[in-house]
Write a protein that binds this ligand. Structure first.
Ligand code: FPP
Length: 237
């Protein structure tokens, strides 16, 4: 087989990257700070990494911001996260006009407060004509819930036989390519219900010596390098 050209100038970038932004709590604990301080640092870093992905030509980025299971956390932590989402969306509405990033939300956003839902809708509408990176923010998202929702939609549409493509088309990510690369920092080696159907052939890069708030653009480059060096076979030879 021809040797892959892994130089950064010549590599073929992943079209779609997923990130499980893990380790905010531990980052805060290490510094003697309350957990929400870790989420705040994580949100700041999310902005940096999103902008960087857009600048290098990544087409789709999906970040796991709040899972269907995260409601089980103490109410103070959930409230702190909601406050962060609100602040971020207000900032996005202010600053994203200059950025060529289309923002979408995946997950059941009807569970959020009416003001947060209004901000979500406005952000999606105002960025819908952007042609650069498509950013999917997974909020109140769970892969299993997404699959049940898709199946229920298909039942309601009267289908008595379902093909794989029908399910893909009924997911929040319909029309988008499946993630090529999923990155999880912080030393946890699991998918945590993230993009279950879509990740069937994703390449995972687990980075165990880094917590999300410390994850740099160089760490992202290292994950992309590792992805580029992999041989994707999709079950074939
Ligand atoms: C997991 O770390 C992280 C979360 C549950 C929240 C992720 C949210 C952000 C980074 C904020 C994103 C903001 C926007 C606006 C999209 P953890 O709390 O489970 O960390 P731990 O495992 O160290 O406790």
């Amino acid at each position: 087989m021809a040797k892959k050209d892994l130089s950064r100038a010549n590599r073929i970038l992943p079209e779609h990257i997923g990130i499980i932004m893990d380790g905010n709590g531990r980052w805060a604990k290490k510094r003697g700070l309350p957990r929400p301080a870790g989420h705040r640092a994580g949100a700041k870093n999310f902005r940096t990494i999103t902008r960087y992905c857009n600048s290098i030509g990544i087409k789709y980025l999906t970040v796991y911001a709040f899972s269907t299971e995260n409601w089980r956390r103490p109410v103070e932590e959930v409230n702190a996260l909601m406050k962060l989402f609100r602040e971020y969306l207000e900032e996005a509405l202010r600053d994203f006009r200059e950025e060529n990033i289309r923002t979408r939300f995946i997950g059941d956003v009807t569970a959020f407060s009416p003001d947060l839902q209004a901000l979500i809708k406005e952000t999606e509408e105002l960025s819908s004509d952007k042609t650069g990176l498509t950013l999917n923010i997974a909020m109140n998202y769970g892969g299993r819930t997404e699959l049940c929702r898709a199946v229920n939609q298909l039942i309601a549409s009267g289908k008595n036989e379902v093909k794989e493509q029908d399910i893909s088309n009924a997911l929040y990510t319909a029309t988008q390519p499946d993630p090529d690369l999923i990155i999880r920092p912080s030393g946890e080696y699991r998918s945590s219900n993230f993009l279950l159907w879509q990740s069937a052939y994703s390449e995972y890069v687990f980075m165990n010596d880094i917590l999300w708030p410390d994850f740099t653009t160089e760490d992202l480059e290292k994950a992309i390098d590792e992805y580029c060096g992999r041989n994707r076979r999709y079950g074939g030879l």
